[in-house]
Design a binder for this molecule. Structure first.
Ligand code: OTU
Length: 644
């Protein structure tokens, strides 16, 4: 399609570009059409009306391409030629709040050297778009998708920051909060003012009949501070669906205008230079009576339609699903390889079960539960990847592990509650003292299982450690969990402060807008003093920083650790040890990790029973020492073994 009516849309396109765009359109439009038809055709009077709406959406997409800066078109092209770019063994994420990390967006640019020292290639900046005035859930209540939260800078600063990061080989990831908007977003304001068009952007009910019917099956994200899923809004004279805080109004994706407006907002941000979007709360996008209103097929269709649009208009851009759901529900967010019906959805998805289970393994000094999680994790479709992590800005939610926990004899509730108590520093755990110094999140009693808050270092025992031995063990635990996130297969993400073993921040308790939400315990401000200590290997911080950087250096040289490389759980190890193989039988990498405080010996030949791998000598890539057939793992030690 080298000529035709669309020719004057983007007259300055580089040679070949028009054809490439046309190819993308031909490749992805059928899927887009199918998804949108399925979701929305019934909202229109007839097929013709639906087609007109779709044309509108395509024209927005076309203008988005026409307005896309040349450098980003170039990036799109590079990435279409190397679609595995984000799955490589050198990919490393870093996650932080703009203000807490660096003051503002300009400040982020000043911190590029730190990111480069770690080898970061992907920077997730927590919400920085203009947020609701007053309380706003750390920016997760967005008032304007086209403006930056004023203290953090301007749109121009965002563009410059994207640019500067790109020059440094780092992709900027922005949250895109697509499940809800703030109650002072213009759409919500219009709805409150009685504008029928915008009332239909939200779910609202004149009385409690429907809300009560829904509530029978719904969970609660913030049971203490925001119980229930509906809030009465007197201006609307209605109950509005608010899954999270009452000021976060769920968007009504049954309305095609919502989809179109949100897609357009995403494409505008992509044209500013944002290279990845963390799609917040994806599980909640579609509501259906009689269900938990999570993981509905239509939620996946919405994401697949967004993916098609991005593949057409900005194929260099990544979509990352944030769906904190049970292991079995996770893979669908990455699409499927199913021959009959392959689908493309998000490029990346958080592996929250793996994260939570790694903390359970530490607390229990036993890997039974995490083994179930690993066993339940299928290979991901081509060109997609897990996002592996140790901590993030949210609580560690234990409930996602219920299916795996129920495979074992102990009562699920008791077991997870015990873990939760352990991390809040309860000394009655296993008759030994708990080293952890976190807190329970949104739990009203000690036997409720919701989540745990606290910085990784506090949960791993730094804050309580007195002796050199205790400090050493705390470091080992933290490094153990990061090592797992580096080896599992996925893009690992460092949560700001963990690389410096930064402690909890108790000050939130005195800040009115934060006091009710203990997740602020683990959202500290960057600690310049610790940063200055990072090369002092005699300091706590220095030892952790050094260990993390060392693992990352080694990881980059091991193609077995790329996200797409196969993984086999090895079951013939002691209960305290998690073991899996990455790579091929010809070039395997064995990952062995001791989640207990005791020394454990492992016979490698026994471990490899059933695999066609010859008895041979192995080298631990972490220290370059050779090992014999029997290896001993000291407290919380890990080995990354390759054949000698
Ligand atoms: C997401 O979180 C964000 O990560 C939170 O920071 C926001 O508060 C929330 O959405 C609303 O925007 O379940 O899949 O249990 O894990 O709120 C969405 C607390 C979520 C978070 C939960 C979460």
């Amino acid at each position: 399609m080298s000529s035709g009516p669309s020719s004057d849309l983007a007259p300055d396109l580089a040679p070949g570009m028009r054809e490439r765009i046309s190819n993308r359109f031909q490749q992805h439009f059928p899927v887009l059409h199918q998804d949108l038809h399925h979701l929305y055709a019934n909202r229109f009077a007839d097929e013709h009306a639906f087609a007109l709406w779709l044309m509108d959406l395509l024209s927005i997409t076309g203008s988005s391409i026409a307005q896309r800066p040349a450098s980003l078109l170039e990036l799109d092209q590079q990435r279409s030629e190397d679609t595995q770019w984000f799955t490589k063994e050198n990919m490393l994420g870093y996650c932080c709040y703009v203000d807490r990390f660096a003051g503002d967006l300009k400040g982020v640019q000043q911190r590029i050297p730190h990111l480069q020292e770690l080898g970061v290639t992907y920077l997730h900046l927590l919400p920085f778009l203009k947020a609701r005035a007053g309380e706003n859930d750390g920016g997760f209540a967005v008032a304007d998708f086209d403006a930056i939260e004023p203290p953090l800078g301007t749109m121009q600063d965002l563009e410059q920051t994207c640019d500067a990061l790109r020059q440094a080989g780092i992709s900027l990831c922005s949250d895109f909060i697509l499940n809800h908007v703030a109650d002072d977003h213009p759409w919500a304001v219009a709805a409150k003012n009685g504008d029928a068009r915008y009332r239909d952007y939200f779910y609202h009910y004149p009385n409690r009949n429907k809300p009560d019917a829904f509530e029978k099956n719904l969970g609660q994200v913030f049971p203490q501070v925001a119980p229930g899923n509906f809030s009465y809004v007197s201006d609307m004279q209605a109950w509005v669906w608010t899954t999270f805080y009452p000021y976060q109004w769920d968007l009504n994706y049954r309305n095609p205008a919502v989809f179109a407006d949100m897609a357009a907002a995403l494409l505008r941000l992509a044209n500013r230079g944002v290279e990845a979007f963390r799609l917040d709360s994806t599980a909640f996008l579609w509501k259906r009576t009689g269900t938990k209103c999570m993981n509905q097929p239509e939620a996946h269709q919405i994401l697949q339609a967004l993916r098609s649009l991005v593949d057409i208009a900005a194929p260099g851009v990544l979509l990352k699903a944030e769906a904190i759901v049970e292991t079995a529900e996770l893979p669908a967010y990455l699409g499927s390889n199913n021959e009959a019906q392959a689908t493309r959805e998000c490029h990346l998805a958080y592996h929250s079960s793996l994260m939570a289970a790694s903390w359970v393994a530490l607390a229990e000094q036993d890997t039974s539960l995490i083994r179930h999680v690993v066993a339940a994790t299928p290979a991901v479709p081509a060109q997609s990847s897990w996002l592996t992590y140790v901590r993030c800005h949210d609580d560690i939610g234990w409930n996602v592990l219920r299916p795996e926990a129920s495979l074992e004899a102990e009562d699920v509730q008791q077991r997870l509650a015990r873990v939760s108590r352990f991390y809040s520093g309860d000394n009655s755990y296993n008759s030994s003292n708990s080293y952890a110094r976190g807190q329970s999140f949104q739990a009203s009693d000690a036997n409720a299982v919701h989540g745990t808050v606290g910085m990784a270092s506090a949960l791993a025992g730094f804050s309580s450690a007195q002796s050199i031995e205790e400090k050493y063990l705390a470091r080992q635990r933290l490094v153990l969990l990061y090592g797992l996130s580096f080896c599992f297969g996925g893009m690992p993400l460092i949560y700001m402060g963990d690389e410096l073993a930064q402690a909890n921040d108790e000050t939130y308790q005195h800040i009115a807008a934060q006091a009710a939400d203990s997740r602020w315990l683990h959202r500290p401000v960057w600690d310049e003093n610790l940063y200055q200590q990072r090369h002092d290997s005699l300091s706590h911080t220095g030892a952790v920083f050094n260990a993390i950087c060392h693992m990352l250096q080694i990881r980059k040289q091991l193609p077995q650790l790329a996200a797409a490389t196969p993984r086999q759980l090895l079951t013939q190890a002691s209960p305290a040890v998690l073991a899996f193989m990455r790579g091929s039988l010809e070039q395997p990498l064995l990952y062995l990790a001791n989640f207990s405080e005791n020394n454990v010996s492992i016979d490698i030949n026994t471990l490899l029973t059933g695999y066609d791998i010859p008895a041979q000598a192995w080298v631990n890539q972490l220290d370059r020492f050779d090992t014999g057939a029997t290896v001993t793992l000291t407290a919380y030690a890990q080995l990354w073994l390759t054949p000698k």
